[in-house]
Each structure stands twice: as C-alpha cells, then as structure tokens.
Design a protein. Sequence first.
Length: 160
Amino acid sequence: MRKITLSNGKTVEVECLSCALTSGLIEPDGGVIFETEHFHAHQDVAYPIEGLVILASKRHIKCLDELTDEERLDYINSMTAIRKAQREVLGIDYVYYFYNEDTTHHFHTWMVPRYDWMNEFGGSVESVRPVLLHARNHWNSEDNNQKVLKAIEALKKTLN
Ligand SMILES: [Zn+2]
C-alpha cells in the first residue's frame, strides 16, 4: 500500500492508484473526462494544471507491449481524441507525452500541455518536472482549482 496526496489535500492509501481511479474507487477531481472500453481519462489528481490529462488503461498492466491489439487501437484513438479536444477547447498548441514502465501504479500516459508561463522553468521537456512540482506546491488555491475544473468540463463536453 502507498499513501497518495490528492490535489485537494486529502490522503488515500491504495495498492495501485490507476486501478483505484479507473475502477471508480477514487473519484478524480472533476470526474471522468473520457472513458472507453479499455481506457479511462482524468485530470491528474496531484498536479492542478489546466488540461493535464492522464490516460490510463483499465487493465492492471505495466508495459506497452502488454496491450492487446484491441487495447492498442483504443489507446491511440483515445489519446488522439483527447489531444484534439485540448487543441480545440483549450487552445493547447503542444503536448508532452510521458509514460514510465517502472511505476508503482499501472499503464498510464501523462498528456502535459505546454503553456507560455512554463518558459520561466526552462524550454521544452526540461521544464516539465519543475512545472509539475510548482503547480502541486503553489497552485492548490480555490481560484486555480476552479480554472482546472472549467477546463475539465470543456474537455468533457467536447469528448462526450
Ligand atoms: Zn492497477
């Protein structure tokens, strides 16, 4: 079991955060953004950045090569639909995609938007970790959470 601090400050103890989220045990802030037979998309629960979406498999697997043919197709189609919605409703020009297989939870891809304000944390991919930490440590205000929720609602409306 591991302890996870959610963006609302609450702490939960779970075996696998992705299982807890995709099964509905934990309701992410703003709810489910998009869901298919094999995948589940939600706002990152720890980093309150508008349009930061996590696309997680519903099956507890670790590696890309564990996806079935059907899951692979669902994965790329889901990611593409979310990417398109990020562009259309949030004006996001660029996205960073991350997934590491040596994770304590299961297969999930971070879709991290690039915003101009991130320039002060560095260019391109080097800014991502500092940006995430900054958001987690400084942006849990009511104001910012409202902005994040509004972005979630906009994505949901387009994707569903
Ligand atoms: Zn899992």
